[in-house]
Design a protein around this ligand. Structure first.
Ligand code: MOS
Length: 736
């Protein structure tokens, strides 16, 4: 009977495959004008002159906006983290801080007219050499920024002494390139001002509420006069978890031309108008006894950021929490400020980079000590969070390791590098474990029982593509005793109860918990009516005696029942709404440390002549607490693993050191995995209900599954070839 836990197909699946799901750029609005962004071709300097005369007289053009005539934005300084967005505001001065920075906005009747007129804008620059990121000098160039979301550095114990005294010591540097989100759906905004001064932003965003806050701050419009709407996302990947300049440009342009304005980024503009994942240079030192038990762990990370926002990629975060090290654990993060736009979170940020370094180093330690890599991890497991000293709420990492190893057939692996073959191919098998931050966000929701006995869930949360519409319907259905197809879900609109952004794989545990509470509140109101409303059928009994199932309330001991529809009709009500507010204990104040865990196993086949790596098979074992829908959960895991394959084998954004530009600004130059790159992926869920994590028992899942794919594969590549790859991605030449 319970819908939660069932592998229900996505309720929005039909809409998506038939083209019925409306994405931002698809929203029809005949009155809308179109805007094209003109961007800087230099990365550092200033605009000496900008000539817009030809563009202004081109067909269809309504206005050309530059720093000279753009309305001023509110110069209130704010941190890029609250509300989340790049703080350098577009078209406000003549300074150039990064290549691809917006320098003009052309608004015209059609997109083609705007795009054409954009090519007619003439710019003269005073050019300076850009400061670019250089992995080789990053450690010398780095500075410690002001503290951000978490402490930038940490020290538990005495790591220096532990490392100096250790029987076995490993110290290695691991590097990763910049990457771009490359969501299929480019960012887009449609800005509409009503006559009463209300601004509606249809925006491709992971945070309608945050976008409203930021627009209010920068545009000086009260939040009550701004609506932000995003019902579907064609991929967010973190890139849509901040607000970017194009959204602000669209809002102001619509004001200037006094009609709705639509901006959609081109594929190339997705490489500079919105953020990217910063490269990292990470150094790990491990000290251990001869049996592989860690004594000391140091993890230091450096990443590039923009000149105006200190974006810290917390790559060493995981090393604070994953393994026990008896003598000490220390971490640090620093940044290098360069001429580029602000980096942002991307697909399992922090952990996906950090685990590549940490779990590669653990594999190197396994070979240095001669301890099997799975056994090494079991020996360093801990029930207590080394950083906070608190017990973990739930931590099924041992089950992830042992059940994953059994499913994979790890016992058939021969330990020596280059010892396994398939014909002329070298075969290698690798393992890596992972820990993932559990995010806690307050959230509200409303659940309404309708007059026909169906229900409506409403929240300003998002379905980023993971199945939130479906899971929320399941949760509300169970709480109300309805079939899930009797529950409709509305999300992605600031006019709905305030919820949190779709960030950090947090929606199932937090926004959905608010839905549970709202549905329970609606049920309680219905029970109250049955006990004490008009012609109350259950008068004189206790609320605890009432059951809900099949769309009706039942009093089993008296053999009485009444449908929701009948109950509402009898009381003259067209609907009955319950409100839910979920307010989790803040992370630092919780009695337990809450994280998700995994162990993942990869088998690769390497062509010894060509250096080509193919993934043969992959097993992922996950502890994400209670799984609310095994079908959507498995789909998330498959997607996450594929992200990881992209990270380890294909993805890299190249910067031209002379111009400071990202140069491979298209799918043709930026490679992501295709179906042919991906074999059968085997997914196991080994976690259970975690009452500290959420009333639903769920912990974060989606991004966890992208973490540690990279080290599992590079560890397998080492096992296959004897070559240790410490610089991603693994390209042919690194193996030849
Ligand atoms: Mo995700 S990168 O936390 O939006």
């Amino acid at each position: 009977m319970n819908a939660v836990g069932q592998p229900i197909s996505r309720v929005d699946g039909r809409l998506k495959v038939t083209g019925g799901a409306r994405y931002t750029a698809d929203i029809p609005l005949a009155a809308a004008a179109h805007a094209a962004i003109v961007y800087s071709t230099i990365a550092r300097g200033r605009i000496v002159s900008i000539d817009t005369a030809a563009a202004e007289s081109a067909p269809g053009v309504l206005v050309v906006l530059t720093h000279k005539n753009m309305p001023r934005m509110n110069p209130v300084p704010w941190s890029h983290l609250r509300p989340q967005g790049q703080t350098y505001l577009p078209l406000q001065d003549d300074q150039i801080h990064y290549a691809g920075q917006p320098i003009a906005l052309v608004v015209a009747a059609t997109l083609d007219q705007a795009t054409h007129a954009g090519t007619l804008v003439q710019v003269a620059y005073e050019r300076q050499s850009p400061v670019v990121f250089d992995q080789r000098t990053a450690k010398q160039d780095a500075v410690a920024p002001p503290q951000r979301m978490w402490p930038l550095s940490s020290l538990i114990g005495n790591t220096d002494k532990a490392l100096a005294d250790s029987a076995v010591k490993i110290e290695r540097t691991y590097t990763m390139p910049d990457r771009h989100h490359n969501a299929m759906e480019p960012h887009a905004t449609l800005a509409v001002w009503d006559n009463d001064g209300t601004l509606t932003l249809y925006d491709s965003t992971q945070m309608v509420v945050g976008t409203r806050k930021l627009a209010s701050l920068v545009l000086g419009v009260p939040e009550e006069k701004i609506n932000v709407v995003c019902e579907f996302l064609g991929g967010g990947f973190g890139g849509k978890s901040w607000s970017w300049p194009h959204t602000l440009l669209a809002a102001l342009a619509a004001k200037v031309v006094n009609r709705p304005v639509r901006v959609q980024l081109t594929r190339a503009q997705m490489y500079s108008m919105v953020g990217h994942q910063a490269a990292t240079v990470q150094t790990i030192a491990l000290g251990a006894y001869n049996d592989g038990k860690l004594t000391g762990l140091r993890h230091d990370s450096v990443n590039p950021t923009s000149l105006f926002d200190d974006y810290v990629e917390y790559a060493a975060l995981a090393s604070r929490h994953l393994w026990r090290a008896s003598g000490g654990i220390s971490t640090s993060h620093r940044v290098v400020r360069v001429n580029r736009n602000s980096p942002v979170v991307l697909r399992a940020p922090m952990e996906a980079q950090g685990h590549f370094a940490l779990e590669s180093a653990m594999d190197e330690l396994a070979y240095a000590t001669g301890v099997d890599p799975v056994e090494l991890r079991l020996r360093n497991d801990t029930d207590t969070d080394p950083y906070s000293g608190r017990p973990f709420s739930t931590r099924a990492l041992r089950e992830c390791l042992t059940k994953g190893a059994a499913r994979f057939g790890w016992d058939r692996r021969t330990p020596e590098p280059r010892s396994m073959r398939d014909g002329r191919y070298l075969v290698g098998q690798g393992v890596a474990a992972a820990i993932f931050t559990h995010w806690r966000w307050p959230a509200k929701a409303r659940v309404t029982l309708n007059g026909d006995g169906s229900a409506l869930v409403e929240a300003a949360a998002h379905d980023i593509g993971t199945g939130t519409y479906t899971v929320m319907a399941q949760v509300a259905a169970d709480a109300l005793g309805l079939a899930p197809d009797r529950v409709a879900v509305r999300l992605g609109d600031t006019r709905l109860p305030e919820s949190h952004p779709a960030i950090g794989s947090s929606t199932a545990a937090n926004a959905t918990a608010a839905v549970l509470l709202a549905a329970r509140a609606a049920r309680e109101k219905a029970v109250e009516l049955a006990l004490a409303g008009r012609d109350a059928p259950f008068a004189g009994t206790e609320p605890g005696d009432v059951m809900v199932a099949d769309g009706r309330l039942t009093l089993a001991k008296a053999n009485l029942n009444i449908t929701y529809a009948e109950l509402l009709a009898r009381n003259g009500l067209s609907g009955l709404a319950g409100d839910g507010g979920y307010d989790p204990v803040e992370e630092v104040n919780g009695p337990k440390a809450i994280f998700s865990f995994s162990a993942v196993f990869a088998e690769v086949r390497v062509d010894p002549d060509l250096g080509l790596v193919r993934l043969n098979r992959f097993v992922g074992a996950y502890d994400a607490g209670r799984i609310l829908n095994p079908k959507t959960a498995r789909s998330q895991a498959i997607g996450g693993i594929i992200w990881g394959v992209g990270q380890v084998l294909l993805e890299q954004s190249e910067t031209d050191p002379a111009s400071g530009q990202f140069i491979n600004r298209n799918y043709s130059g930026y490679l992501v995995p295709t179906n042919a790159d991906i074999p059968e992926l085997d997914v196991l869920f080994v976690g259970g209900f975690d009452e500290e994590a959420s009333p639903l028992g769920a912990k974060g899942l989606g991004e966890l599954t992208a973490v540690s794919v990279a080290p599992a594969i590079t560890n397998a590549v080492y096992h296959a070839t004897g070559t240790r790859i410490r610089d991603l991605p693994v390209t042919l030449e690194k193996l030849l």
